[in-house]
Design a protein around this ligand. Structure first.
Ligand code: ATP
Length: 479
């Protein structure tokens, strides 16, 4: 372990040189030296994200594309966490622990929570460079895939929770062979995600989809295992089952939570042994498939009650993902509306919406999530005729029942009444409402100032100033 201290700049410089040897292009090498003995050294891959703090020496370097950062940490303090937070807004950040004493687990978690994507211990410049290079190349490949038509053309959405989900899905699909369990409410895109996993997995075989709700006990065996001719009455010819069809590809078990217990046992055996027998045959047939399952049930609760086998659950849930419901990613509503309108338009151009329709679509409650939104858009589109934007009159009469209640609504009035009764001034009430709105939107947008400002209808700079004032206000009230 090399302590950075006063040698921080040299260590960063050695790493920078070694990164060149490991195939990473260092784009910028602006140093600012450490002010303290236990200096942190920050290396960022993007010139625009180079940052130095009073306790950090920094270099800026570049992997290949933009958007990667490497931060050498000689300790962990508030200013370093702020540096990482700032870098993480625009870059995937790799932190390297170069402290004389290894960072404590709490400090490591703090770095990850501040936005570091990964954390490595410092060993030597050469080994670190290889580790950094491997991660940057992976992140670069991941970023390219995320921007590819295969992903962008099918999964619409740019909100922070949606992007985090897609990043995880793309990574597990393209770089592992892990089974995937997709859980989530109806209409959140589980089926689309399964199809995306198949496209990115590099599997040569087909995507075989089996809806477990349609598996009747009488037919399930044949559906899964296939049968020989004459195996039972009505088996006039031999037939392949799902395990045969999925060989070399992906078996997608939709609504896996509905699988009856006896079939769960049979499925487990096939997964473990990677072979099966057709009904009416004694011969084992090999089948290698990747398993992707989806359900809107709480399978862990089903395991607890015994409705779902624990051993099967841990087999199918090696990697889990949960597409968030639409209410947790409202920023995706209008892009989805636009996508569906272009799909509906025979010319593929889509159609603008007037403000009232936009507001209606943004505030409506979508119990069926994206499917519900798509159907709503289709119903409005079919009523629309002639040139010009879609107007509020195009919303079908029965749809209007879903209109969100007028705002400010009763809970809002109650909250204000409560504040007034407690003797709050107008200025204090206004400030609290503004601070709350900012906090909520920043949470939803993963602390991205630019997107939050856009949603709140203020400039980037204005939001930064407000946030700074709020932080200063908090510090004052604490002291
Ligand atoms: N991110 C998205 N981008 C574009 N279309 C989407 C997206 N998410 C869902 N959809 C569309 O919404 C509809 C429902 O999606 P999907 O069938 O994948 O949901 P699901 O979660 O599998 O639903 P269920 O649990 O009811 O089977 C589909 O028409 C799908 O194309």
């Amino acid at each position: 372990m090399q302590a950075l201290g006063q040698g921080g700049a040299q260590a960063a410089s050695a790493l920078r040189a070694a990164l060149g040897g490991a195939g990473v292009t260092v784009r910028d090498a602006a140093f600012s030296t450490s002010a303290s003995a236990s200096a942190s050294t920050a290396a960022s891959t993007s010139a625009s994200t180079s940052a130095s703090t009073p306790t950090a020496a920094s270099i800026a370097a570049s992997a290949s594309a933009t958007g990667f950062g490497v931060v050498l940490c000689g300790g962990c303090d508030g200013s370093l966490l702020q540096t990482i937070q700032a870098l993480a807004l625009n870059a995937a950040v790799l932190a390297i622990d170069c402290a004389a004493e290894p960072l404590s687990p709490d400090a490591m978690w703090a770095l990850l929570e501040a936005g570091a994507t990964d954390l490595l211990p410092w060993s030597s410049a050469e080994l670190c460079a290889q580790q950094v290079a491997a991660r940057l190349h992976r992140w670069d490949a991941l970023q390219k895939l995320m921007g590819s038509h295969a992903v962008q053309g099918c999964l619409v959405g740019d909100s922070a929770p949606w992007r985090a989900l897609v990043r995880g899905v793309v990574e597990v699909a393209a770089f592992t062979q892990s089974p995937v369990l997709i859980t989530g409410e109806t209409g959140t895109g589980k089926d689309l995600i399964a199809r995306l996993i198949h496209r990115l997995s590099g599997a040569t075989g087909e995507l075989t989809v089996l809806d477990c709700t349609t598996l009747s006990p009488e037919l399930a065996g044949s559906e899964l295992f296939g049968h020989e001719r004459g195996a039972f009455t009505g088996a006039v010819s031999a037939r392949d089952g799902a395990f045969a069809m999925a060989n070399g590809g992906i078996l997608f078990l939709d609504e896996v939570g509905e699988l009856p217990l006896p079939l769960q046992a049979q499925l487990l055996r096939v997964i473990q042994e990677q072979q099966y027998k057709r009904i009416g045959s004694n011969q084992w047939q090999p089948s290698r498939f990747r398993l992707v399952c989806a359900t809107n049930r709480d399978l862990e609760a089903d395991v607890a009650t015994g409705a779902f086998r624990a051993d099967l659950y841990y087999r199918i849930a090696a990697w889990r993902c949960r597409p968030p419901p639409l209410r947790e990613r409202q920023a995706d509503i209008l892009p989805l509306v636009d996508h569906f309108l272009r799909q509906l338009d025979p010319q593929g151009r889509g159609c603008p919406l007037d403000r009232a329709v936009r507001d209606y679509l943004l505030t409506r409650d979508y119990k069926g999530n994206v499917r519900d939104l798509r159907q709503t858009v289709a119903r409005i589109w079919y009523r629309h005729t002639g040139p010009g934007p879609i107007t509020i009159g195009d919303v079908p009469p029965d749809e209007r029942l879903h209109r969100a209640p007028a705002w400010p609504d009763a809970p809002f009035c109650d909250a204000i009444r409560h504040a007034v009764d407690r003797g709050m001034s107008l200025a204090r009430i206004g400030q609290a409402a503004t601070d709350m709105a900012i906090r909520l939107v920043l949470e939803q947008e993963g602390d991205n100032n630019q997107r939050a400002a856009q949603r709140l209808g203020v400039t980037d700079r204005a939001l930064q100033i407000r946030r700074k004032a709020a932080r200063e206000g908090e510090t004052e009230s604490r002291s």
